[in-house]
Design a protein around this ligand. Structure first.
Ligand SMILES: C[S@@+](CC[C@H](N)C(=O)[O-])C[C@H]1O[C@@H](n2cnc3c(N)ncnc32)[C@H](O)[C@@H]1O
Length: 280
């Protein structure tokens, strides 16, 4: 069976990178810092790295020399991640990068052995329950902290409000939970499932809100996000296409004029292995 890959474009990742950086919960990095070794090389595995936005955000916030192992199935995105290096570290130490092309839902059990930290950003909603369980188990086996940022939680807010917003939001969420080639995606349920699975394996999980707040200065991202949001909703519920024609035109005009404010809610999770438990 061929599994349909949902490809993510370089342009979309570049457009959203500043909003992602502004949204991530920086206080979790403080908690993380207390659990990382004070000396020596940090080996950080970034799962579903795309073009490497997570590394460019986090590497300069952590002190000490770092080696980032970037994992993605998309060779084109990986090339950008390997070329557009993160760093330097917070104390000026060097940062190196290694790219590994693979399907992160099929990692061998010891692929992440020796990691000091595992990260992922904007990834979990694309997985199924079983795929996430497998990934959680490989991460827990590594016995190190895991930082998972920017998982969508199915809450958006548009200002000014419109009566169609709620219907489009519901259809979009249903699209996120759709079945693709026999794989039922978790969409906005991924956060709750990840928390449950990491806790079951003995992890302590800290959860923070991490919201995109898009206004006049993010008009291009707002328009791009809105177009994808409505498009997915209409793909899910075809009768919405005719109903949203005028709505979409109006919203895009508002975005272009800097008159549309959008909040897209996400959650960030920091998983800390409990000191009194062996990794599962
Ligand atoms: C929304 S993008 C986020 C990219 C990056 N983490 C960021 O925050 O900018 C999701 C990334 O996960 C990758 N991805 C999704 N499923 C994957 C899988 N099963 N194995 C490897 N990479 C995967 C996609 O190719 C894409 O680069």
């Amino acid at each position: 069976m061929t599994v349909e890959e949902i490809r993510v474009s370089w342009g979309w990742l570049a457009l959203r990178e500043p909003a992602d950086a502004a949204a991530r919960a920086v206080d979790l990095v403080g908690h993380l810092g207390q659990r990382l070794p004070a000396t020596g090389l940090l080996v950080i595995h970034d799962l579903g790295c795309g073009t490497g936005g997570m590394g460019r955000w986090l590497a300069p916030l952590l002190p000490g020399p770092q080696h980032w192992v970037m994992h993605d199935r998309d060779a084109d995105l990986l090339k950008v991640a390997a070329a557009d290096l993160p760093g330097p570290a917070a104390d000026g130490a060097g940062v190196t990068v290694e790219a590994r092309q693979s399907d992160i839902t099929r990692l061998p059990p010891d692929e992440l052995a020796g990691a000091t930290l595992i990260t992922a950003s904007a990834l979990l909603d694309m997985l199924t329950r079983d795929e996430l369980a497998g990934l959680v188990s490989v991460c827990a086996r590594a016995g190190c902290p895991v930082l998972l940022t920017l998982s969508v939680v199915g809450r958006v807010d548009l200002t000014p409000a419109d009566p169609l917003d709620a219907r489009v939001a519901a259809a979009f969420d249903a699209h996120q939970r759709r079945e693709v080639d026999g794989r039922r995606l978790l969409g906005p349920d991924a956060v709750a499932v990840a928390v449950e699975q990491f806790e079951r394996l003995g992890g302590e999980v800290l959860v923070r809100r991490s919201r995109w707040r898009l206004g006049a200065s993010e008009a291009e991202l707002t328009a791009e996000w809105f177009t994808g949001w409505v498009g997915a909703a209409c793909e899910q519920q075809v009768e919405l296409a005719a109903e949203t024609e005028g709505y979409a035109r109006r919203r895009l005009a508002e975005a272009a004029a800097g008159q549309l404010a959008v909040t897209v809610d996400h959650a960030d999770l920091l998983v800390l292995p409990r000191a009194d438990r062996a990794p599962g």
